[in-house]
Write a protein that binds this ligand. Structure first.
Ligand code: RDL
Ligand code: RDL
Ligand code: RDL
Length: 153
């Protein structure tokens, strides 16, 4: 099994390094990492990891900025990531942290790391233990900030 990791130089923390570090704690699968300038470059980077590097699943890591043009950019990138998934029939787990989700740089740095690590665990479960993912169905999981939890307790 091979896991692809694509990240960006635009993000304000080394999301790819967090992903690789977390993946290695949970799996001995081979990891192939690539870095591109920004989120709009992630769809083809992920598609190349799947089609040319034979990855079974890919993490697409990026940080949309807080301005309106960044939000549009992120929406376009998401559309591209979904198109790449449909073209390849492989999951590309999109890990986006919007810069304005955090109230300051310290929280942003924490969120970029925490969301990346939690989605890395999701990737390992989806690839190697999908039945354990199903055990979490409907439990209000979130990545980074606190889980929402189930509506009925
Ligand atoms: O293909 C080169 C760039 O167009 C591409 O890297 C973009 O994703 C870069 N970029 C923007 O042009 C922009 O307006 C990014 C953002 N906003 C953004 O918020 N986050 C990014 N890239 O990762
Ligand atoms: O590929 C990994 C995630 O990007 C993907 O699972 C998203 O669907 C997760 N997600 C968000 O990133 C978000 O901002 C979800 C929501 N909002 C949402 O409102 N409901 C979801 N997922 O089921
Ligand atoms: O309910 C609070 C947050 O979950 C909500 O604001 C989400 O929209 C935040 N969010 C993103 O904006 C995003 O791009 C999340 C993800 N991705 C994600 O992958 N996982 C989240 N939130 O839990």
């Amino acid at each position: 099994m091979i896991i692809g990791v694509a990240d960006t130089t635009f993000a304000r923390a080394n999301m790819g390094a967090f992903a690789v570090d977390e993946l290695k704690k949970h799996t001995s699968a081979r990891i192939i990492r690539v870095t591109v300038p920004g989120v709009k470059d992630l769809p083809v980077a992920a598609k190349k990891l799947i089609e040319e590097e034979r990855c079974d699943i890919v993490m697409a890591l990026g940080m949309p900025g807080g301005k309106d043009q960044d939000k549009i950019c992120a929406h376009e990138a998401s559309q591209g990531i979904m198109m790449a998934q449909l073209m390849t029939n492989k999951h590309i787990i999109e890990v986006f942290v919007h810069e304005d989700e955090a109230k300051n740089d310290a929280e942003l740095a924490w969120l970029l790391e925490q969301r990346t690590r939690e989605h890395a665990v999701n990737v390992v479960l989806m690839l190697t233990r999908p039945q354990d993912m199903t055990k979490l169905a409907g439990t209000g999981q979130r990545q980074g900030f606190a889980d929402a939890g189930p509506a009925r307790r």
